[in-house]
Write a protein that binds this ligand. Structure first.
Ligand code: NFS
Length: 660
C-alpha cells in the first residue's frame, strides 16, 4: 500500500498499511493500478454487439453516426444507463422473489425453521394491498400476501400494487406518463430487449423505460424485500450494536455473514447460541462464537438483533486480513471476487451459499430453505473446525464503536405519538417552523476511487450541523457508525440547535439508520407519509428533501437513484457520471426528468458542491411551500409535541378519511 490516505476509517487505514508492508493487495491498490478506462467511464463505450466495441469519441459523436451501426453518443450512453438500471432492479427484485418464495413456504409449512414474527406487519401490509383479512389467521393472510407478490413478477399488463400507495398526485402523474410498472420481470426484460442492437434509438424513450424499470425496483422488488423481512424477522426498532473492523474477537470463533438476503443469516443468528454449538466451539479451544455482519446483511442483522458489523463493501478484504476470521459466509451481491484469493494467505474459509453465486476456490455449502437451520449449523461447525488453523497472521485492532440502529418508518412514526396516535405531525411541524431545514437521504456504496467514507462523513456532519435530518442506509450507514456518529450523544453534539431540539423532544437521533439498501424503500414510505400528513405540499417532489449517494459504485445504486428521481426527488451521485460524455444525456436526466416528473439526477463529484446544491434545493422547496425562511437558531412558534386536543383532532381526521 502506498503512502497517503485511502480511508477515513482508522482501522481500515491501519490494516491497509500493514497489508502494504506484507505485500498483500486489496481493491484500494487495484483501483490505483488499473485506472478506469476514460471512454467506458464516461458512457462513450458501446459493446452491445460485436461490430464493436465502439468508442464514441469523435468530435461530432453527440449528433452524428459514431458507432459502426450509426449510433450517436446520446443513444449509447442512455442505453448503457438503462441496462445498468435493469441490472440493479433485477438484483433487488430477484432477492425479493426468493424472499417471497420463502414466505410462501413458511405459510404452507414447508419451511419449518421460519415463522412469521410480526403479525402486525402482516396485517398492515394486507391492508396496504387491499387483501381482506376478516376471519383469516395470520398465516393465511401472509400466504395471500406472498401469492400477490409472486404474481407481480410475472404480471404482463396493468399495474403492480405498491406504486399505488404513493401520494395520489404522484400516482396520477405516473399513470398519465405510463410509468407504473406492468410487471417486475416484464420491465427488466423489456429494458434488455430495447437496449439490444437495433431496437430503441431514442434517448428520451430509453430513459422513460429506465424510470419505469426503476419503479419496479423501488415500489416493487425492494419494497417487497423490506416488507417480507419485517414480517418474517420482525420490524426493526432502535437497538444498540457495534460497527468497526475491530469487532473480531481474539479468543473466539469469528464467523462473518456477508451479502444481502437475510434469510440464512437469520437462521445463523438463531442457532449460534445453541449449547451444542457453543460446547463444540469450547472443545475446539475457543471461548465462544462471535457472529459478525458485513455489508447489507450486516445492516439486516444489526437492525434486528444488534449483531456487530465489520462495516461496508470496502471492508470485506480487510476483514479477512485481520487474520481472525474463521469463515466468511456470502450469498449474493457486492461480494468481491477477490475474497477467496485474499483468504489464501490466511486460514479463512470463504463459503458461498447461493446456487446463483459461486466462486472459484471457495467452499460451497448450499442454502436450502427447507432445511435452513441445518444449513446454518453446518456453516457454524465449519467455522469452528477452522479455529485450530488460525495462525494469527494479520492485523488485530482493538477498537469498537457503539451505534444505535433500527429505525423502521413504523418506529419513527410511533415515536411521534405512540402506538395508536403515531403520525408525522411533529416532524412536519418542525420543518414548517424552520427548526428542521429539510431531510436528506445519505446512502449508498463505498468506491475505492474516493477516500473511503470521506464524502459520507463530511456530508453527514455538515447536514446535521445545518439542521438537516439525515436518513441513512447501506454502506453509508456503516460509515457513520464507524465514525461514532450513530450514537445520540455524539450526533446531538454536532447537530444544529433546531434539529437537536426536535430530535430530543421526539426521542430520535439526527442521523437515522434505516437499514440495508432494499430498505431505501423505507425512505419512500417516510416521504409519502410526510406528504400525507399535510403542510408540505401534495407530492414527494414538493418536499424539502434530497437523495445523495456520494461514494456509489453499484448498478443497484443507479436503480435506486432513478426510482427516487421518478418518485419526484432531487438525487445527486458523487464519484463521476456514467453519462459524462454526452451533454444531451446529462440534460435529459436532469432538466428533462425534472420537467417530466419533478425529480432530477445529477452527478457531482465534489462533496462540497453536493452540500451546496442540496441546501440550495432544500431552501428552494421551502420557498415554494411558503415556509418560514430557514435561519439557524431562529424558529417560528410551533408545537413540537402534540397535546391531547391536537391528537384528538388528528384521530378525528383519520376516522373521517377512513369512512370516506
Ligand atoms: Ni447497496 Fe448493499 Fe454497499 Fe452499495 Fe453494495 S453492500 S445493497 S450496493 S456496496 S451500499
Amino acid at each position: 500500500m502506498s503512502e497517503g490516505h485511502k480511508s477515513a476509517d482508522n482501522i481500515a487505514e491501519k490494516i491497509l498499511a500493514w497489508a502494504g508492508e506484507a505485500g498483500k493487495e486489496t481493491a484500494f491498490d487495484r483501483a490505483e493500478k488499473l485506472k478506469a478506462c476514460p471512454v467506458g467511464h464516461s458512457g462513450a463505450c458501446c459493446k452491445i454487439c460485436f461490430m464493436g466495441p465502439c468508442r464514441l469519441v469523435g468530435k461530432n459523436a453527440e449528433t452524428e453516426a459514431a458507432g459502426v451501426c450509426g449510433a450517436t453518443l446520446p443513444v449509447v450512453s442512455t442505453r448503457n444507463l438503462l441496462r445498468n438500471v435493469a441490472a440493479g432492479t433485477a438484483a433487488h427484485s430477484d432477492h425479493a422473489r426468493d424472499m417471497a418464495a420463502t414466505l410462501k413456504a413458511v405459510t404452507t409449512g414447508e419451511a419449518k425453521d421460519f415463522q412469521v414474527k410480526d403479525p402486525g406487519k402482516v396485517m398492515s401490509t394486507a391492508q396496504k394491498l387491499g387483501i381482506d383479512t376478516q376471519d383469516k389467521d395470520v398465516n393465511q393472510v401472509a400466504g395471500e400476501i406472498a401469492d400477490t407478490y409472486l404474481s407481480w413478477f410475472g404480471q404482463q399488463t396493468g399495474e403492480i400494487g405498491y406504486p399505488l400507495s404513493a401520494p395520489k398526485k404522484r400516482v396520477e402523474l405516473w399513470r398519465k406518463l405510463g410509468l407504473i410498472p406492468r410487471g417486475i420481470d416484464r420491465e427488466v426484460v423489456e429494458a434488455m430487449h430495447r437496449t439490444n442492437m437495433g431496437v430503441d434509438q431514442d434517448p428520451t424513450n430509453l430513459l422513460h423505460q429506465a424510470m419505469r424499470t426503476s419503479l419496479a425496483d423501488g415500489w416493487g422488488g425492494s419494497m417487497i424485500g423490506t416488507d417480507i423481512s419485517d414480517m418474517m424477522f420482525g420490524t426493526p426498532s432502535p437497538i444498540k450494536g457495534k460497527v468497526s473492523l475491530g469487532v473480531f474477537k481474539k479468543n473466539e470463533v469469528n464467523l462473518v455473514v456477508h451479502g444481502h438476503e437475510p434469510s440464512l443469516a437469520e437462521m445463523i443468528v438463531e442457532v449460534i447460541d445453541e449449547p451444542e454449538l457453543v460446547d463444540y466451539a469450547k472443545k475446539s479451544g475457543a471461548e465462544g462464537i462471535n457472529l459478525v455482519g458485513m455489508c447489507c446483511t450486516a445492516n439486516e442483522v444489526l437492525m434486528r438483533h444488534g449483531i456487530s458489523s465489520a462495516g461496508g463493501f470496502l471492508n470485506q478484504e480487510l476483514g479477512i486480513m485481520t487474520g481472525l476470521v474463521e469463515a466468511m459466509m456470502v450469498d449474493v451481491q457486492c461480494i468481491m471476487p477477490s475474497l477467496a484469493q485474499a483468504a489464501k494467505s490466511f486460514h479463512t474459509k470463504v463459503i458461498t451459499t447461493s446456487p446463483k453465486g459461486k466462486m472459484i476456490d471457495a467452499l460451497h455449502i448450499e442454502y436450502d430453505e427447507h432445511h435452513a437451520k441445518d444449513t446454518a449449523r453446518n456453516i457454524v461447525r465449519t467455522a469452528i473446525d477452522n479455529y485450530k488453523n488460525r495462525t494469527s497472521e494479520g492485523e488485530r485492532i482493538d477498537e469498537e464503536t457503539d451505534v444505535v440502529a433500527g429505525f423502521s418508518h413504523e418506529y419513527i412514526k410511533y415515536m411521534q405519538g405512540g402506538k395508536y396516535r403515531g403520525s408525522f405531525r411533529p416532524l412536519n411541524d418542525a420543518i414548517m417552523a424552520g427548526r428542521i431545514r429539510g431531510v436528506v437521504g445519505l446512502v449508498g456504496c463505498n468506491n475505492p476511487h474516493v477516500m473511503q467514507d470521506s464524502a459520507f462523513n463530511f456530508l453527514v456532519e455538515e447536514f446535521i450541523r445545518n439542521d438537516v435530518l439525515v436518513v441513512a442506509t447501506g454502506c453509508g450507514a456503516a460509515s457513520y457508525g464507524k465514525a461514532g456518529l450513530l450514537t445520540p450523544e455524539t450526533a446531538f453534539e454536532k447537530a444544529g440547535p433546531g434539529l437537536k431540539e426536535v430530535c430530543e423532544a421526539i426521542g430520535i437521533p439526527p442521523i437515522l439508520h434505516l437499514g440495508s439498501c432494499v430498505d431505501n424503500t423505507r425512505i419512500l414510505t417516510v416521504a409519502t407519509e410526510m406528504v400525507e400528513e399535510g403542510g408540505l405540499g401534495d407530492d414527494i417532489s414538493d418536499l424539502p428533501a434530497v437523495g445523495i449517494a456520494p461514494e456509489w459504485m453499484s448498478e443497484k445504486a443507479l436503480a435506486i437513484g432513478v426510482y427516487f428521481v421518478a418518485s419526484g426527488m432531487y438525487v445527486m451521485f458523487g464519484v463521476g457520471s456514467p453519462v459524462a460524455a454526452s451533454k444531451t444525456a446529462q440534460n435529459l436526466i436532469s432538466e428533462g426528468w425534472e420537467k417530466a416528473v419533478g425529480g432530477k439526477l445529477e452527478f457531482v463529484p465534489d462533496p462540497q458542491k453536493i452540500l451546496e446544491n442540496a441546501l440550495a434545493h432544500i431552501d428552494k422547496k421551502r420557498d415554494a411551500l411558503k415556509l418560514k425562511k430557514y435561519e439557524p437558531g431562529k424558529f417560528a412558534a410551533e408545537r413540537v409535541l402534540l397535546d391531547m386536543a391536537a391528537r384528538r383532532e388528528i384521530d378525528k381526521k383519520r376516522i373521517e378519511a377512513a369512512k370516506a
